[in-house]
Design a protein. Structure first.
Length: 551
């Protein structure tokens, strides 16, 4: 058996858990397994590894999953690992792996335990799981002890630096080359108490070139954070001299293996006063907390209905971001780029009267679109467009059909793997359910595709009806949407996908996208002069750039 030509073929599997480990760990494991294989008269012919990944979850480990898939085509009769906890630390996963090995006639060997039977494998997996839980408990206990002693037991919050061998916190006061993070935090609280909004504060920090906590640009969410997790700069109690620990817990998803963060209950949170770490006074910190909305029962749905005729439809032509209300001037609403407001990263600092934008976008609809000739041209073009869309529908149906075919093939493969014993029901079931949902969504999307269109016929009576409808819509152009004009306003909003506002050397360009733009663009090739009557310049063959003097 010591003759290599007669040696039994073996598979090696190795794994290390932590990112701060190196590939040397795998090399050491492989060398140990190679020596063991040589002692029992075997030779390693296949190698599978997982680097920097926990043994608590199976599906997220590409190496071990590839190994299991390849078992059917392997001539090897032995799987060698340095220790069973390299293979898995979960008793359920161990039972699954052992069944696969047994089905393919492959024996499990461990350098630490020799040849492993089913009972030993199960017991060692339970021991591995217990060690994980015991280690986690010990680490958490040690962290809690450090917290109660007023020391640091976690990461480094913004505004502080790590000092000493134990990584304790101290305010970051900066040096001659840079502004200290502690001073930035004090500035944020000071400006918030002076009445500046988080968006305005973020924009000012970006303007001054101050680096954000994650190296990107500052924005309002960096300051506001989460109410339940209390992780924004304006919410983190450490800046007021109170350290909170154990606000969240990490749990691993049983199918995907991903670690998920969940807030803990108030009873689980440990709070310790650390006055030496306070960057602002208790009074100032409390005053800032009062600036957040206090009514937790307030339902956000009530704020989601459009309040003005162009709410959610206005886009900045410079950055593509949305536009929102800036202020009121002489009773008129002014809007500006939200990205510029949020982070100052857009150069479009202009503000626009909302009623001027409404007039530029929709104010001429009645005169432009209720003329009989214009309606005739638009209906003709509309019919031509619907025929074109029928071709688009066929193409979409073909694309969706290909996607559906791929999902159905993937579903069949999982069924084949399950029936072949590669997966048990606890693993195959959730994956099949997810695929089934995706297949149903695609089938629903295909079912919702429009049928072959029928041409629209322009009835004489429809002209006056259309004119009345447009007239009703114009009553909603008072900018603000009320209960009285909401129905007409929402109808008008369905005519528009977006309105892009771009400053130019000549003033302001307003481009309309959606049904309104398409209707006006439909007259492009007309010889009847309707295009001139409708007015406007076509933009990218799908929008309208009407004259917007006075903006």
């Amino acid at each position: 058996m010591n003759d290599k030509n007669m040696a039994c073929e073996a598979i090696f599997y190795g794994r290390y858990s932590h990112e701060d480990s190196t590939d040397k760990s795998i090399l050491d494991q492989e060398a140990s397994c190679a020596r063991y294989a040589e002692r029992i008269g075997a030779q390693i012919v296949a190698r599978y590894t997982d680097l920097a990944i926990s043994g608590a979850a199976l599906l997220i480990r590409r190496g071990v999953m590839d190994m299991l898939r390849d078992l059917e085509n392997q001539s090897a009769k032995i799987l060698v690992v340095d220790h069973l906890d390299r293979l898995t630390r979960d008793e359920g996963d161990m039972a699954f792996i052992f069944k696969q090995l047994q089905f393919h006639g492959i024996a499990l060997h461990s350098v630490a335990h020799g040849k492993v039977d089913r009972n030993t494998a199960a017991i060692m997996a339970i021991v591995g799981r217990s060690q994980l839980e015991s280690t986690a408990h010990a680490v958490k206990r040690g962290q809690q002890g450090r917290i109660r002693a007023g020391k640091n037991a976690g990461g480094r919050p913004y505004g502080y630096c790590l000092v000493g061998r134990n990584g304790d916190l101290a305010p970051d006061i900066g040096d001659g080359m840079r502004v200290g993070e502690a001073d930035v935090v004090r500035r944020i609280f000071k400006e918030r108490l002076e009445g500046r909004s988080p968006r305005d504060i973020a924009a000012r920090l970006n303007r001054d070139g101050i680096q954000a906590p994650r190296g990107d640009r500052w924005n309002a969410s960096t300051l506001n954070g989460s109410r339940t997790r209390r992780n924004g700069i304006l919410r983190n109690p450490i800046y007021g001299g109170t350290r909170e620990w154990n606000r969240v817990k990490m749990t691993r998803h049983p199918v995907s293996g991903k670690r998920i963060s969940r807030p803990n209950g108030e009873a689980d949170v440990v709070r310790v006063e650390v006055p030496d770490l306070a960057l602002v006074s208790k009074e100032d910190f409390g005053a800032v907390q009062q600036l957040f909305p206090q009514d937790r029962a307030e339902r956000p749905e009530k704020f989601r209905r459009a309040k003005t005729i162009l709410t959610g439809l206005l886009k900045c032509g410079c950055c593509g971001g949305g536009m929102s209300m800036k202020d009121k001037s002489r009773g008129r609403i002014r809007v500006q780029c939200s990205t510029m407001k949020e982070s100052g990263s857009c150069d479009n600092r202009s503000s626009y009267y909302l009623d001027d934008l409404v007039e530029a976008s929709l104010g001429g609809l009645k005169d432009r679109l209720t003329h009989p000739q214009a309606l005739a041209v638009m209906v003709k073009a509309y019919n031509e467009e619907r025929i074109k869309l029928a071709g688009d529908t066929a193409e979409k149906r073909r694309i969706l059909g290909k996607k559906l075919e791929v999902l159905q093939t993937r579903e069949k493969r999982i069924w084949d793997d399950y029936e072949g014993g590669l997966f048990d029901a606890s693993i195959a079931g959730p994956r099949l359910a997810e695929l089934k949902l995706q297949i149903q969504q695609l089938e629903t999307e295909m079912g919702e595709l429009p049928a072959i269109p029928v041409n629209v016929v322009l009835h004489p009576g429809s002209i006056s009806a259309f004119a009345k409808h447009i007239d009703a819509l114009l009553h909603s152009f008072e900018v603000q949407i009320t209960d009285e004009n909401r129905e007409a306003a929402e109808a008008a909003r369905t005519l528009i996908d977006k309105v892009v506002v771009t400053p130019s050397a000549m003033g302001t360009n307003v481009e309309i996208f959606g049904i309104v733009g398409h209707l006006i663009a439909a007259t492009k090739n007309s010889r009847s002069g309707i295009e001139k009557m409708l007015g406007g310049t076509l933009v990218a063959e799908e929008g309208l750039e009407p004259p917007t003097r006075g903006l």
